[in-house]
Ligand binder design. Structure first.
Ligand code: ATP
Ligand code: MG
Length: 653
């Protein structure tokens, strides 16, 4: 198909940013060249970001072939990740704020300096030790966004325990499944969490999860943070209050010397495409990559206030709230609440209150706020903002422009960062001081990252083209295995294309070498033999002034093979009728071409999303195909009612 791609407006690097940037154009070229011509020197530069106990002598030992699949970096070095994030800053910036906590309730906040963080982490680590947790043990965290969540992660890292953070919005069943999968001996939780003024019964959910015998058999102790102070049930043999346990420990806790390849954490993927996978990350390479990418992608400068709005239950929270920023000695803002509580201005009020310089969020939040109009943004200053970022899904150019012009007042570069739970850190992204921006494009691979596009047969495609996105070589932050299932690791990521890591995503590369992620390869629609990326059709829909959000899937079609089925959420106050449906269908045909003719358009008051806010197209595909009795794994679905509503309305078609 003659693909039609409207000429993107280019936003050049602002002079002011370029002048002071950590990486400007010239430096970017140098780094890229070094990574190609002198690989060892380049990776050694990344490895040197870590303070090693025993320096490594080997840099990289990687084989992507299925019969001997292994990934090792800096593998004879030793370190402690917690010491790298906390102890090493004590001399130079002990009194600087490490964690700046903003409560769900706008009246509540807390500043924790590096010295205070050190004290809290050491005591917490000693509590874990007293509960019998040691090196290599798995600990499940089921926490609200309070400082103890980060403290608990760092405490695990300090004693060499492997944390598995489960998002606090997950159900007891989902929690039990994850406890069993990684065989956790300890669960850390809070009585309740607060989000948007509502309490979530975290401890109660843990009790329910542990009513599953399989889970209960594994867990010796549940450590509970008193957060809201409301009543909870108690099992005296198993449950421990953190504040009581802390009375019996001191603040001396030597960090455990860990090998670079010792596991740091397990984290389950979002479940957008199927059953979540227990992604395993190790210590040295992961930390080096999180630290380096945090610095260059956000152009982080000493003393800046940095805010990533993710939850620690997602990889973004791991790499870019906790490990990356703290390794770099940054002040990282941790937010307990939601974007629309008490009202739609909350994010920007927090930005003004704490004078945030760098702000990193997800397209789902941007689209939701865009739906509420400009006014809640405009009435705040946001003058402190310098750099913006997004992650999680393709961002439609429409939402990008709104983020850029309204939130950033046309002044702040946007880092559209493509990466995955599996990649540990950002792989494709612009650098604020080096890359001209095209709205909707994650732009170029970072230095050292070997991205390629393949056709279905595994042939590497050159130049401007579309294909399946792979990485042909490793980077230090890459996942090492699926926990407990190395075979699944191979089958999932290395079986499709021999010797290459398959991301599962499709992408287009333009004449400037910029990458445009078109969505998951499973989501591509094949209309009369032509491949149509869902992201493209969705972007066209969202570009219409009546549309707030859209999801597009294929469905079986007698003549075309697959037809195009669109679910459309309208802007607040708009009503969907036959006339508007016709108009939208015509609009998309004009934007993309006749191949993108929507066969069926359904109004959707809401779209099914994962709890991290990503659209679950696999569920929409089932509804479109009238197979709603086979929805598959729905444990990560945020709001089941949305699905019921869509099924109900589908039936009437
Ligand atoms: P699962 O693997 O369980 O189906 P998931 O892929 O949603 O879930 P994550 O690891 O949280 O789990 O998300 C990574 C995916 O998110 C990427 O593979 C890509 O599809 C999408 N993504 C992330 N960032 C971007 C971005 N900047 N642009 C486009 N897509 C993105
Ligand atoms: Mg995935």
């Amino acid at each position: 198909m003659a693909e039609h791609h409207p000429q993107a407006q280019v936003h050049p690097v602002p002079d002011k940013i370029a002048k002071s940037a950590r990486v400007d154009r010239e430096r970017f070229e140098e780094l890229t060249r070094e990574a190609l011509e002198n690989e060892d020197a380049f990776w050694n530069r990344i490895g040197q970001r870590v303070e090693w106990i025993k320096p490594y002598s080997r840099i990289k030992d990687v084989n992507f072939d299925l019969d001997d699949l292994h990934i090792r970096w800096f593998d004879d070095g030793t370190l402690n990740v917690c010491a790298n994030c906390v102890d090493r800053h004590l001399d130079a910036r002990g009194d600087q704020v490490a964690i700046l906590w903003e409560g769900d309730d706008p009246e509540r906040d807390e500043k924790i300096t590096y010295r205070q963080l050190h004290d809290r982490v050491c005591r917490f680590a000693n509590v874990l030790k007293r509960l019998g947790v040691g090196k290599g043990d798995r600990v499940t965290l089921y926490m609200p966004m309070i400082p103890e969540a980060a403290v608990a992660m760092l405490a695990c890292a300090r004693i060499g325990a492997i944390h598995s953070v489960v998002f606090g919005g997950f159900s007891p069943d989902a929690l039990a499944g994850r406890i069993i999968d990684c065989d956790s001996k300890c669960v850390i939780t809070a009585d309740e969490g607060m989000r948007g003024g509502k309490a979530t019964p975290l401890k109660k959910n843990v009790d329910r999860a542990l009513s599953n015998e399989d889970a209960a058999d594994r867990v010796d102790s549940v450590l509970v943070v008193r957060n809201t102070g409301n009543d909870i049930d108690w099992d005296a043999d198993r449950d421990h209050w953190l504040h009581e346990a802390l009375e019996h420990v001191d603040a001396d806790c030597e960090p455990e010397e860990m090998n670079a390849e010792d596991p740091l954490f397990i984290l389950y993927t979002s479940g957008s495409t199927g059953k979540p996978k227990g992604v395993l990350h190790t210590s040295g390479g992961y930390l080096a990559w999180a630290s380096w990418t945090h610095e260059i992608v956000f152009d982080y400068q000493e003393g800046e206030i940095y805010w990533c709005t993710a939850d620690v239950g997602w990889v973004t929270g791991h790499s870019y709230i906790v490990y990356g920023p703290l390794a770099n000695g940054a002040t990282t803002l941790m937010f307990e609440g939601v974007p629309n509580y008490p009202d739609n201005s909350r994010f920007w009020q927090v930005v003004d209150k704490h004078q945030v310089n760098i702000f990193y969020t997800a397209p789902t939040a941007i689209r939701a706020l865009m739906r509420g109009g400009d006014e809640p943004v405009r009435k705040t200053s946001r003058e402190s903002l310098r750099i913006l970022g997004t992650v999680g899904e393709p961002i439609n150019p429409e939402a990008w422009e709104w983020y850029y012009n309204v939130v950033g007042d046309g002044r702040c570069p946007i880092a559209d960062t493509w990466w995955q739970t599996e990649t540990g850190g950002i792989l494709i992204s612009p650098l604020p001081g080096a890359t001209d921006l095209k709205p909707g494009s994650a732009t170029k691979p970072l230095p050292g990252i070997k991205a390629a596009l393949l056709d279905a047969d595994g042939k590497e495609l050159e130049g401007a083209t579309s294909g399946n996105l792979v990485l042909t070589d490793s980077w230090p932050g890459q996942m090492r295995t699926v926990y407990g299932d190395h075979k699944r690791f191979g089958e999932t990521y290395f079986a499709a294309y021999k010797g290459r890591y398959f991301t599962g995503d499709g992408a287009r590369r333009d004449e400037d070498g910029y990458y445009w992620i078109t969505g998951r390869v499973d989501d591509v629609i094949n209309v009369s033999g032509h491949r149509l990326g869902t992201a493209e059709v969705e972007s066209a829909l969202v570009a219409h002034s009546a549309v707030a959000e859209a999801a597009v899937v294929g469905f079986p079609h007698d003549i075309k093979g697959q037809g195009v089925y669109a679910y459309v959420t309208l802007m607040a106050g708009r009503e969907g009728d036959e006339k508007l449906a016709e108009e939208l269908i015509q609009w998309v045909r004009e934007e993309i071409g006749p191949i993108a003719t929507i066969d069926h358009l359904q109004w959707a008051p809401g779209l099914p999303k994962t709890r991290s806010g990503k659209i679950m197209r696999r569920i929409l595909r089932k509804i479109a195909a009238n197979e709603h009795d086979q929805l598959g794994d729905t444990s990560t679905l945020a709001d089941p009612e949305v699905v019921e509503n869509l099924i109900e309305n589908r039936r009437q078609v």
